[in-house]
Write a protein that binds this ligand. Structure first.
Ligand SMILES: NC(=O)c1ccc[n+]([C@@H]2O[C@H](COP(=O)([O-])OP(=O)(O)OC[C@H]3O[C@@H](n4cnc5c(N)ncnc54)[C@H](OP(=O)(O)O)[C@@H]3O)[C@@H](O)[C@H]2O)c1
Length: 285
């Protein structure tokens, strides 16, 4: 039995789809979700949908019963994740799962970004738990950038503080495929995978968007203070603005770049190039 947490989210849904495509019987997949109503479509297809709220350990115990392999998809509730993931790891130990795979962040052990910190702490919790583990250190989603094209077209600029930092971005679909590969094959215990695609800078990203859309879009690099003020002026809450600026500074320091080919090896093909990801996004923007 393979259990996928946060299976109602974008990544979790893709992992469940991939598992089904790989021939895992629906009845051997548990979609562990905070709100089962959100996964009703998966239940209709025979996937076992169980309630699993990271903040309510009693739901986790029932959700993980009978699980062989558990994919812990990191919570989206930044700042709460240490406590939430601790609950999940404890429940996994109690349920006696044979392996826990965790979606961490690229270079989690060395990155100085605030986002990496909770991942580093979670990796340590998992190591200390004694459970056989696999760390899927997911790179920056290309979708983080392609989901905001409407704003880029409106202003003709994409602002940030990422400088000339290279981003080994990957699509969620490729990262989900890597997770599904790990969950359905053996030999991964104790491995740490750095999962990144072909790198690009934000200047290159903006140029690709401009070329494919035929609209004038350029990257505008700003000092951190100016970028923060811009985000606050656009109405973002201060903690979110701080997180975005902090991530960009991490990019500028090269912390979202990797030379690892783990992603290609796990999915058995080249990762989706920026050109293709932008083409898809431009069509729907
Ligand atoms: N690599 C990157 O660039 C990048 C970017 C963004 C996020 N991430 C991380 O990757 C994770 C997966 O990405 P995604 O695209 O699937 O994010 P997403 O679409 O926002 O999904 C987040 C998932 O987390 C679930 N969740 C939040 N709090 C929970 C709780 N207390 N208990 C149980 N589940 C909870 C959500 O449940 P509901 O459906 O009930 O809300 C949802 O299923 C994110 O959660 C985040 O940690 C990585």
């Amino acid at each position: 039995m393979i259990t996928v947490t946060a299976a109602s989210g974008n990544l979790g849904r893709l992992v469940v789809e991939d598992l089904l495509q790989r021939g895992v019987p629906a009845g051997q997949i548990v979609a562990a979700v905070r709100n089962p109503a959100k996964a009703a479509d998966l239940a209709d297809r025979g996937v076992q949908v169980r309630e699993a709220d990271y903040t309510r350990p009693e739901t986790l115990a029932a959700a993980f019963a009978g699980t062989d392999k558990l994919l812990l998809i990191s919570s989206s509730e930044v700042g709460q994740r240490q406590a939430q993931h601790k609950n999940v790891v404890q429940a996994a130990v109690d349920a006696g799962v044979a392996q826990i795979a965790y979606t961490s962040a690229l270079n989690a052990d060395t990155s100085g970004t605030k986002l990496a910190e909770e991942h580093r702490i979670t990796e340590a919790l998992i190591r200390e738990s004694g459970l056989p583990y696999v760390f899927l250190r997911n790179g920056w989603y290309i979708e983080n950038n392609t989901e905001n094209l409407a704003t880029a077209f409106q202003f003709g600029t994409i602002a940030g503080s990422a400088g000339d930092g290279r981003i080994s971005g990957a699509t969620r679909a490729d990262l989900a495929a890597a997770a599904a590969a790990v969950l359905t094959t053996d030999g991964h215990d104790g491995n740490v995978y750095e999962l990144g695609g072909t790198p690009f800078t934000m200047t290159e990203f903006a140029a690709e968007v401009a070329a494919q859309s035929g609209k004038p879009v350029a990257y505008q690099n700003l000092p951190a203070d100016a970028y923060t003020q811009m985000l606050l002026g656009a109405g973002l809450p201060a903690p979110l603005a701080a997180l975005l600026v902090d991530s960009d500074l991490g990019i500028s320091r090269g912390e979202l770049f990797t030379t690892s080919t783990d992603l290609e090896r796990l999915i058995g093909r080249s990762s989706t190039p920026l050109t293709d990801a932008v083409a898809t996004a431009v069509k729907t923007a």
